[in-house]
Design a protein around this ligand. Structure first.
Ligand code: SF4
Length: 217
């Protein structure tokens, strides 16, 4: 089979987008949050942990620490106690306290709205910054590449089969989709990865993308 041309790949990506829009019209972040600070805390907690697990503990966490000043003032032991059921809780507690102190000292207690400022915060890498900018502020800074999006990009032939780094996957995905749909693409691919293109059991027979996907499984 001859390699797919750039133009064909682009056209196929747009068709994938059209189908995702039909299948997941309201695709959104599954984390529960009411303001950018809560989304930032929840996203930091969600690393290597399911959104469901995070949503179980955040109501109590946000009641105890409703703003950056409260979380920055809490002791390491207190924060660890509040998030103990979450993976990597010691490291995450440390990052949450540091990040909250940075927000208070450098940004007047507000969550900043640029990639550069966000990724300078403790515990915040590009993926978390993309979640914040896209979901809390409506700024399409990039495409969120989590474990689902990474797997789907490979299976759908939208990035190299051997690509190991999420940031490189993101670089390959961005030019394939219109920038004003980047936030949706991230949310929709995550949902598709959870519901249909499941890691161990992809449902190719019933998948709405079946005829536009090379199924590199
Ligand atoms: S056709 Fe199969 S591999 Fe392709 S997106 Fe659907 S479930 Fe995943």
């Amino acid at each position: 089979m001859s390699p797919e041309s750039k133009a064909d790949k682009h056209a196929r990506a747009l068709e994938i987008l059209r189908r995702l829009e039909g299948a997941y019209p309201g695709a959104d972040c599954a984390l529960h949050w009411k303001d950018p600070f809560q989304l930032l805390v929840a996203t930091i907690l969600s690393a290597q942990t399911s959104d469901e697990q995070v949503n179980k503990i955040t109501p109590d966490l946000f009641r105890r620490y409703p703003n950056p000043a409260a979380l920055a003032a809490a002791s390491q032991a207190e924060v660890e106690g509040a998030i103990r059921s979450i993976g990597l809780f010691r490291n995450k507690a440390k990052n949450l306290r540091l990040m909250s102190a940075q927000l208070c000292e450098e940004f007047g207690g507000e969550v900043p709205q640029t990639m550069e400022q966000l990724t300078a915060l403790a515990g915040v890498a590009r993926k978390t910054a993309n979640v914040l900018l896209g979901t809390a502020f409506g700024i399409p800074s990039g495409i969120v590449v989590d474990t689902h999006v990474h797997r789907l990009a490979i299976r759908m032939g939208l990035c190299k089969r051997t690509e190991r780094y999420p940031e490189k996957v993101e670089k390959e995905l961005m030019p394939l989709f219109p920038q004003d749909r980047w936030v949706f693409v991230g949310h929709a691919l995550i949902l598709h990865g959870r519901q249909v293109c499941i890691a161990r059991a992809p449902q190719c027979d019933t998948c709405p993308l079946s005829d536009v996907c090379p199924k590199r499984i």
